[in-house]
Design a protein around this ligand. Structure first.
Ligand SMILES: Nc1ncnc2c1ncn2[C@@H]1O[C@H](COP(=O)(O)OP(=O)(O)O)[C@@H](O)[C@H]1O
Ligand SMILES: [Mg+2]
Length: 268
């Protein structure tokens, strides 16, 4: 391996999405969209409803496949056929509805798709107990609380369900955690927990993409904004180089006032 190749690899961003397009029937959800994120970077992805934020992140999490465009992880091209592939590359997503299974316990939700259970009933009982213990340790380490790891998730409050979704996404060595509107419908204490979680992930070198209508959350814990509208990326801004009025203006108009060129959504 030549030094130039190694240098290029080392300077590659953690994740790079390039020229991603996606349509649902006649709806063009994404048109030639790209973004990059580095290790430990916290990106606020903002924009009006139907801007394409969730679709872009579902593509990164392997839940949707793009019609065209590429994804690189650490400079290597990847193709995700499903969420399992993205998880294998260290990408976890907390969905807006948390995507938990209400009838299953807290532990079962956390280990969903990860559990390794033996064939013997007695062995399975022991393995279930071990998973309960690991789940408890996970919540303790995260500073998150749930009443009991053996309660069905449907019995938990919204904030507690959010804690389960966070534990599931962050407890297993993720490189990037995507959070889709994690503070919608939460009270102030739960919002503070989410912010703490993002800050802790950042300190550990984990990157976070935060989709949020609450710009104050991005200003509090984020590094950079990406603004989307009508399936396009309108602008990017360092958190320290902008203010809420400018971000709101770009969300509403879909144009970057610092670019003298035409609006970001020229009709073909
Ligand atoms: N599974 C789907 N089937 C059909 N249309 C979809 C689907 N998901 C999203 N869309 C459409 O794609 C566009 C972008 O949606 P979305 O990514 O959810 O935006 P945002 O998260 O920014 O609100 C919207 O017009 C939405 O109705
Ligand atoms: Mg959305």
């Amino acid at each position: 391996m030549g030094a130039g190749f190694r240098d290029r690899r080392m300077s590659a961003p953690l994740i790079r999405m390039h020229d991603i397009s996606k349509a649902f029937g006649a709806v063009r959800a994404l048109s030639h969209v790209g973004l990059s994120i580095g290790e430990g970077e916290v990106l606020g992805l903002v924009g009006d409803n139907a801007a394409g934020k969730s679709t872009l992140m579902k593509i990164l999490a392997g839940a949707h496949q793009p019609d065209s465009g590429t994804i690189e992880v650490g400079g290597q091209a990847v193709v995700f056929h499903g969420p399992h592939d993205a998880r294998g590359a260290g990408i976890e997503m907390i969905y807006q509805d948390y995507a938990l299974v209400p009838a299953l316990t807290v532990t079962q939700n956390i280990f969903l798709g990860r559990e390794v259970l033996g064939a013997w009933p007695l062995l399975r009982v022991l393995q279930r107990r071990q998973m309960d213990e690991r789940a408890k340790a996970l919540f303790a380490a995260l500073g998150l609380r749930v009443p009991s790891v053996s309660s069905p998730v449907r019995e938990l409050s919204g904030g507690q369900q959010q804690a389960v979704a966070i534990a599931r996404a962050t407890g297993f060595d993720a490189k990037l955690v995507i959070m889709d509107e994690p503070t919608a419908n939460l009270g102030a204490p739960a919002i503070a927990k989410v912010r703490d979680t993002i800050t802790r992930l950042k300190l550990q070198g984990v990157a976070v993409i935060l989709i949020s209508h609450r710009l104050e959350d991005v200003f509090a814990v984020g590094d950079r904004f990406i603004v989307m509208k009508h399936g396009h990326v309108v602008a990017a801004r360092e958190v320290g180089d902008t203010h809420a009025d400018e971000i709101v203006q770009m969300i509403v108009t879909g144009a970057d006032p610092r670019r003298s060129a035409a609006p970001a959504d020229p009709k073909p």
